[in-house]
Design a protein around this ligand. Structure first.
Ligand code: NAD
Length: 365
C-alpha cells in the first residue's frame, strides 16, 4: 500500500496505517504523507520506509510505484476532501486499487465522474465509512435483513460533535481549517464531514434508502462559510420515516453517533460510545443486549473490547479480500463508489434545498 496524506499531526492517516496492517494482509511500502517535503520525509522515515519510497508529490509517487516491480498495488487516500477525486482518478488510471476516506469527493459531479472511472476498470475502490466496520453494526444489519425487528417503520440517526462550537478554523486548528474552507471541504460542512457517516449508516443497517428529505442546515458560528449544524426529516423508500441530526456545534459532545431503528416487532439502539453492544427492545417490554465477541465477527473474545481501529481494520480486511478475488463484497458488505455517489447526492441536495427553504426534496430526480 502507498498512502497519500497522513503526515505527522494529522488525524485519520495514522488510523489507516494501523488498521491496514492489523491483519498482516497489507504492508505500507510508500507514501506522499504531506505536500511539504520535510514533513513527508520525517513521517516516512519514522515509519521505516526507504527514502526512494517517500514523496511529497503524490503524482511522482504513483509514477515511481507503478514503475517498480515490487511497487504498491493499493493507494490509500487520507487527504482533505478536494484531493480525493484527482488522487483516486490518477491511481485507478495507473492500475492501483484505491481505499479512500469519505466523502468520496467534494461534489456530486465529481462523484459521478469517479463512478464512471471505477466502472471502467477492474480495480477495487472502497470507502472508509468507519462505522460500517463495527461488528455490532454488521450484526444489526443482518438482524434487520432477517426480519428480527419486523417491518422497519422509523429510523433515527444522531451524530453530535462539539469541537467546532468556536471558530477554531481561524485559530490555527489544522483539522478545522480545511473543513471550514469550501475550496478544500467541498459543498458541505458538517453534513459532508459527519452527516455522510450518519446517512450511510442509516441506509447500511436498515437496508432502506432515503427517498426524500426536508433539510434545515445552518452555519451557527458567526463568519463560518459552511454548515456546522444539520437537521433533516427523512422519508425512506420502504415507507419508513425518520430523522438525521448531525452537528459540530453540539457543545460538549464528542463523537457519540447513535442509530435507532424501530420495526413492527422490536426496536434497536446502537451508540458509538458503547459500540461493543447492541440493544434490542421488544414490544412486550423485554430488552435483549447483545455483546461483541460472541459470534466470531470480532478479533477478540467477549469482554475484551475492540474499537475504532479494529472497525477500520475490518474495512481494510474486506478490501484486501476484494482485491484477492472477492470483488462482489464491494458495495454489498463494504462501501464502494455507489455509497459515495449516494452520499454526495445527499450532501449537495440537502445544502441546496436548505438554502432555498425548499421543503420536501427528492433525493433522486
Ligand atoms: P488532517 O488535516 O488531519 O490530515 C490531512 C493530511 O493530508 C495531512 O497530513 C496533510 O499534510 C495531508 N495532505 C494535504 N495535502 C496533501 C498533498 N497534496 N499531498 C500529500 N498529503 C497532503 O485531516 P483528517 O482529519 O485526517 O482528514 C483527512 C480525510 O479523512 C478527510 O477527507 C476526512 O473527511 C476524512 N476523515 C475520515 C474519518 C473516518 O472516520 N472515516 C475521520 C476523520 C477524517
Amino acid at each position: 500500500m502507498a498512502m497519500v496524506g497522513g503526515g505527522a499531526g494529522s488525524f485519520i492517516g495514522p488510523v489507516h496505517r494501523m488498521a491496514a496492517q492489523l491483519d498482516r494482509q497489507i504492508v505500507l511500502v510508500a507514501g506522499a504523507f504531506s505536500h511539504d517535503p520535510d514533513r513527508s520525509a520525517a513521517t516516512g522515515r519514522s515509519l521505516g520506509l526507504e527514502d526512494d519510497r517517500i514523496h511529497s508529490d503524490w503524482r511522482a509517487m504513483l509514477a515511481a510505484e507503478a514503475a517498480r516491480e515490487d511497487g504498491a498495488e493499493l493507494v490509500a487516500i487520507a487527504t482533505p476532501n478536494h484531493l480525493h477525486l484527482p488522487i483516486a482518478l490518477a491511481s485507478l488510471a495507473a492500475g492501483f486499487h484505491v481505499v479512500s476516506d469519505k466523502p468520496a469527493t467534494a461534489t456530486l459531479a465529481e462523484a459521478l465522474e469517479l463512478r464512471d472511472a471505477v466502472s471502467a476498470t477492474d480495480r477495487i475502490y472502497t470507502l472508509t465509512y468507519t462505522y460500517t466496520g463495527y461488528p455490532m453494526i454488521r450484526r444489526a444489519r443482518e438482524m434487520v435483513a432477517n426480519g428480527a425487528l419486523g417491518d422497519i417503520r422509523k429510523i433515527v440517526v444522531d451524530y453530535p460533535q462539539g469541537w467546532l462550537a468556536e471558530p477554531i478554523e481561524t485559530e490555527g486548528n489544522k483539522q478545522a481549517a480545511w473543513r471550514a474552507d469550501p475550496s478544500q471541504a467541498g459543498v458541505g460542512g458538517c453534513i459532508g464531514d459527519i452527516g455522510v457517516h450518519a446517512f450511510n449508516l442509516a441506509e447500511y443497517v436498515s437496508g432502506a434508502k432515503v427517498a426524500a428529505f426536508v433539510a434545515d442546515l445552518a452555519a451557527v458560528v458567526p463568519g463560518r462559510l459552511l454548515d456546522d449544524d444539520s437537521n433533516l426529516l427523512l422519508r425512506f423508500d420502504n415507507g419508513a420515516r425518520g430523522a438525521l441530526l448531525a452537528s459540530q456545534i453540539a457543545t460538549g459532545e464528542r463523537n457519540n453517533l447513535t442509530l435507532r431503528v424501530y420495526g413492527s416487532k422490536a426496536g434497536m439502539v446502537w451508540s458509538h460510545e458503547t459500540a461493543t453492544s447492541l440493544t434490542i427492545n421488544y414490544l412486550n417490554g423485554e430488552t435483549r443486549i447483545l455483546h461483541d465477541g460472541a459470534d466470531g465477527r470480532s478479533r477478540l473474545p467477549a469482554g475484551h473490547p475492540e474499537g475504532f481501529i479494529e472497525a477500520f481494520a475490518n474495512i481494510y480486511r474486506d478490501t484486501a479480500a476484494a482485491i484477492r478475488g472477492a470483488p462482489g463484497i464491494v458495495d454489498a458488505l463494504v462501501p464502494g463508489i455507489a455509497a459515495g455517489v449516494r452520499s454526495m447526492r445527499f450532501v449537495e441536495r440537502a445544502v441546496a434545498s436548505s438554502a432555498a427553504r425548499a421543503g420536501w426534496t427528492n433525493l433522486e430526480d
